[in-house]
Design a protein around this ligand. Sequence first.
Ligand code: ACO
Length: 433
Amino acid sequence: MKLSDTKATLSFSNGTPSMELPVYSGSIGPDVIDIRKLYGQTGLFTYDPGFMSTAACQSSITYIDGDKGELLYRGYPIEQLAVNCDFMDICYLILNGDLPDGEQKKDFDNQVTRHTMVNEQMHFFMRGFRRDAHPMAVLTGLVGGLSAFYHDSTDITNPTHRHISAIRLIAKMPTLVAMAYKYTIGQPYIYPQNNLSYTGNFLRMMFANPCEDYVVNPVVERALDRIFILHADHEQNASTSTVRLCGSSGTNPFAAIAAGVACLWGPAHGGANEACLNMLEEIQANGGMAKVGEFMEQVKDKNSGVRLMGFGHRVYKNYDPRAKLMQQTCKEVLAALGLENDPLFKLAMELERIALEDPFFVERKLYPNVDFYSGIVQRAIGIPTALFTAIFALARTVGWIAQWNEMLSDPEYKIGRPRQLYSGESARAYKKK
Ligand code: ACO
């Protein structure tokens, strides 16, 4: 970051002397006002619930321009990456800062492939869960549990340890997600197969069984790979900030990523894809197209508590670029699988059409986000709704670990410790009740 010529001046109406605050510029995007000395000099905190105007760190991984609907990974537009790269390219890019050349890609693929197996003890760990446990509950436990296996590499001050942990997490997430799925349906776990692509291997671990051969469908493989690419990182969202905050205490990376998984589960974040598909299924069950108008009236009625899931975003006040790519993938997958007339896809298109014309949504700048179409793609592939957020977690792991690594390498890194505006009782004497 660069010190700007501009300075901000904070003045007070109560006679407290005014204070000059430095302003820093990034490479693109809004400048920031440095308030670090504010408390020391004035005794005041800033108040910003939900981090509406607060940058908690500097980062060079992902850039979003919410008004333009722009998303860059390490400077490259998502639209170009989605059509020219596979998920392993993206993982390399996000972790290392640039796209790999042929040799680097081969070496990276090889490293990830050689870490896809999980310790056999994990099978016994799984048995402690109920068969009907939500996959995100299982995944939170399993990812946290990984820290119990890698005492050899949890020195977070050692860059080699951090690298091996990143590779392990990226490599093992598909295995853990597939295990969580197989457990719920009572099928044996399928071990990873190293001659398949990262995504092909995941599909096989999900859908193969020991009784017959499984052939990866390239259209499905490509579609799922794109889902992974589109979810790989999204700068300082709730789960990434959780990983950073959790990791800032110096905890091990598996524990920090488990915290990210837990945060992602919420319906306002990664749980939205599951909530969106449930919403579409509910509209369909209640009358389908004929009931779309009625549903939209409910959404617009603030007292109903109903939201159009898969719509709206804290940062995007324009079309989420990932939603456009996902809509295209959705069309391709449905066509390839002979599901062009899928009623839920038609319903989603109709909801989108109405919302993009309706002043309620237009005035609030509400557009489809990445989750609006991803659930339909996953459902077509055969992934159960309850597993959608786990797929998101699998894809986001690279973003989380890269952001965690970036934080630990930052000379300005400190334990995260927000302040508060206390509104409880003042000190009072104990009285027995
Ligand atoms: N349906 C109906 N109204 C909405 C929606 C929606 N999906 N999203 C926002 N609004 C309305 C709010 O009621 C509010 O209206 P008001 O100004 O009249 O009170 C206004 O738009 C602003 O909404 P906020 O909730 O204040 O916006 P915020 O930035 O805090 O929330 C969020 C963003 C949580 C994503 C929200 O749009 C939402 O709940 N969307 C549905 C869930 C969803 O799809 N989440 C996925 C996000 S993307 C991701 O995690 C991958």
